[in-house]
Design a protein around this ligand. Structure first.
Ligand SMILES: [Zn+2]
Length: 149
């Protein structure tokens, strides 16, 4: 995947599989989500790991609120085990729709995270048919969907 500016974003296949298999259908269904883990390689980003919902996360039909502290400790453990190359790199969650796009709340939440991390971040939303991918940095959040290769 590329944002069209020479940068590449490499997503490991098991992450795509995880997001696809986390989308719940029917009633009652709940959104799922977690963080994305990976590394910055020059201008490029490799997404190689993830967390899945933990018990304290808030989950409902149209909401995933990642509040369980285990996501953060998982990111810290990954960083330590990789001796500082792999880190918290983004967010994923699911939507109960075919071709998802970020909600107003998603964008507001992500902008706060970007401002805190001072680094580009990758965002994914899984739906029944498609996964929406985005890249966010201080210039804003852009959809990568049109540039899928
Ligand atoms: Zn959302």
């Amino acid at each position: 995947m590329t944002p069209g500016d020479g940068r590449f974003i490499l997503i490991h296949a098991e992450i795509i599989g995880l997001i696809e298999s986390s989308v719940e259908r029917g009633h009652p269904s709940r959104e799922a989500g977690g963080i994305l883990l990976g590394s910055y390689r020059g201008d490029h980003i490799e997404v190689s790991g993830f967390t899945t919902p933990y018990p304290q996360d808030r989950r409902s039909f149209a909401l995933f609120d990642r509040i369980d502290p285990l996501h953060q400790s998982s990111a810290l453990r990954t960083w330590q085990q990789s001796t500082g190359t792999d880190t918290y790199i983004g967010e994923w969650h699911t939507h109960p729709e075919a071709s998802p796009s970020p909600s107003w709340l998603d964008r507001r939440t992500w902008r706060k995270l970007i401002n805190r991390s001072h680094a580009p971040m990758v965002f994914a939303i899984g739906g029944f048919s498609d996964i929406w991918w985005g890249l966010g940095d201080v210039d804003g959040i852009r959809s990568l969907y049109e540039h899928v290769e």
